[in-house]
Design a protein around this ligand. Structure first.
Ligand code: COA
Length: 245
């Protein structure tokens, strides 16, 4: 059996706010204990977005301490939980996967993209850096060169470019996205569940370092800068930012 977890906040392009993170955490806790379920597929509701990032409106007035909590608790409750899940997690990327949305896909074990998907870590254009593991997971998956370009420029890449750099495993037509994910989950039926959780744990161990701690410290420090305030207000006012050089 495969569980499908749909992220439902369509009118805000499924941006992750506090309530959404906590309902996803509850769903993951249930899925983890479900012994009949062999795998999990995560998809965004609607045609436009997988997840367009953390909710910028919610964190715009956070101070350093609140930002640190946002980053560390988000990792613990959602992003690291997915990465260390006891069964394979596939992200079905149906549209925008930006910021925390791409970080969520990066935490999953396998990424499948619809041909209309778009990927990016735009945090530096907001006066921030990725705070949910993106600086750590992206270079592991696509290599330091592509990760540097994506993070330092904040630019979006399409599904074709994402595939070329190894960011996604397969591209399919939008209407075939879930079907493709299910065809992969079928292959798990030939494997032992204990083997899969042991393999996930072992692969993740190649990755243990201090980087996530440093990322949360740097992410939260930036909340005290004038450029962060400018970056976020320019997004909300739908204009280009005017950063201090
Ligand atoms: N946080 C909060 N709200 C968000 C959001 C986010 N990350 N991403 C989108 N939304 C909201 C928009 O503010 C808008 O709300 P409004 O109708 O109240 O103005 C709504 O979702 C639709 O988005 P809109 O920007 O109007 O759609 P678009 O097609 O013009 O642009 C994007 C789509 C994804 C390019 C654009 O929404 C975007 O750049 N989002 C932010 C991405 C980002 O920087 N994420 C990282 C956050 S750390």
């Amino acid at each position: 059996q495969t569980l499908i977890l749909e992220i439902c906040r369509e009118e805000h392009l499924n941006a992750l706010n506090k309530d959404l993170i906590s309902s996803l955490e509850d769903a993951l806790n249930k899925a983890e204990k479900d012994t009949k379920a062999r795998s999990l597929i995560i998809v965004g509701k609607g045609q436009r977005a997988f997840v367009a990032g953390a909710d910028i409106k919610e964190f715009q007035n956070f101070n350093k301490k609140e930002a640190h909590k946002l980053s560390t608790q988000g990792k613990e409750k959602l992003f690291d939980k997915i990465a260390n899940f006891n069964k394979p997690v596939i992200s079905a990327i149906n549209g925008y996967a930006l910021g925390g949305g791409l970080e969520l896909a990066l935490s999953s074990h396998i990424r499948i993209a619809s041909s209309s998907a778009k990927f990016g870590l735009p945090e530096c254009t907001l006066g921030l850096i990725p705070g949910y593991g993106g600086t750590q997971r992206l270079p592991k998956i696509v290599g330091v060169g592509h990760a540097m370009e994506m993070i330092l420029t904040g630019k979006m890449v399409d599904a074709e470019d994402a595939y070329k750099m190894g960011l996604v495993n397969h591209i399919v037509n939008p209407e075939n996205l879930i079907e493709k994910c299910l065809s992969i989950t079928k292959l798990f039926q030939n494997t032992s569940p204990e083997s899969l959780s042991a393999a996930i744990k072992s692969i993740n161990y190649s990755f243990v370092n201090n980087g996530c701690k440093i990322e949360s410290e740097e992410f939260s420090r930036l909340f005290e800068t004038q450029n962060f305030k400018e970056g976020v207000s320019s997004f909300l006012q739908k204009r280009r930012p005017n950063f201090n050089k």
